[in-house]
Design a binder for this molecule. Sequence first.
Ligand code: ADP
Ligand code: MG
Length: 357
Amino acid sequence: MAKIDLSNISHSYNPNDPNPVYALNPFSMTWEDGNRYAILGPSGCGKTTMLNIVSGLVRPSAGKILFDDKDVTDLKTEDRNIAQVFQFPVIYSTMTVFENLAFPLKCRDFTKSKIDERVNSVAETLNLNSYLNLPARKLTADQKQLISLGRGLVREDVAAVLMDEPLTVIDPDLKFRLRRNLKEINEQYKTTLVYVTHDQNEAMTFADNIIVMSEGEVVQTGSPKDLFERPNTTFVGYFIGSPAMNLFESEIVSETEVKVGDIKIKTNTNLSKVKNKNIKLGIRSEFIDLADKEGNNTVKAKVQKVEDFGNFKLLTAKMKNFTIKSKIEREKPISNDEVNLYIPAEKCCVYEDEKLI
Ligand code: ADP
Ligand code: MG
């Protein structure tokens, strides 16, 4: 296992073009040994490029990759001691399941007893133990992907296991169990796991550290809680959470207050140095509650829709031209006409040019 540093990395697939397009803009980041990371972002934002730079399949246009402070930028994939699992299964179809799983260990001259021990342990984790003697081609698509995953996990000595949307072909129930198993493997063997996905739930339930990307840019790195409570940009506020963060075009009216339409809202942000341009107020629907009467930081809104999700109700209301969404405890009665909604100052995020102030 290793600490992995990405130092001033950037990448263009057409670097010699007069107008090169950057799939990855310059960034630096450290992946600590033994942690679980998710790289999250919409399709085309550069996730696979980042992963392939770490594994050595892509050489970055600029910057360095360090494994435990050793520069590996010019090392080939085979020499980097990385296990990679791709979106679609890669298996040796003429070999048995056992032989597939044993292959990375055989290539490295592990003893027979060590191979048996590791293969059986991984097969058990992935529920493949009753198939070990079957030819791999006889298995279903999702079982084949389990074999790919297993091949990545049999070696305890890898620097990291890199997974690029590995559960795409696997059915939802099994996905849930597998993510839990991957977490157990990480806790047990302290394997550094990096998991690429475009699905926020997958990222949030799998990783302690999430790297959010948008258009070749790392926009925020943090825990699920950081991303939820203090999104760095309006993109993160919008992309993470369900529903997306409420975002209102605003004006600054005092050191800590903004105006949404003609409604003043107090925040805990110091706005004294901010130019009054392209300001947005962000507030999660989870933090907005019904208020009995008008007061500080309450807004009047006209109810448009109430959806019952069982464990909460999602209220959609209109305050002037703005649509506001609020998650309300399911027992609370909601008027079908007008409501007062309370917006707590300490949960307000203020954005200037889409960046958190
Ligand atoms: P993601 O995995 O997030 O979907 P990718 O890293 O695959 O994103 O792609 C990032 C950008 O780089 C996209 O605009 C994509 O079209 C481009 N790209 C990816 N691979 C290549 C390639 N081999 N040659 C040229 N452009 C590529
Ligand atoms: Mg990809």
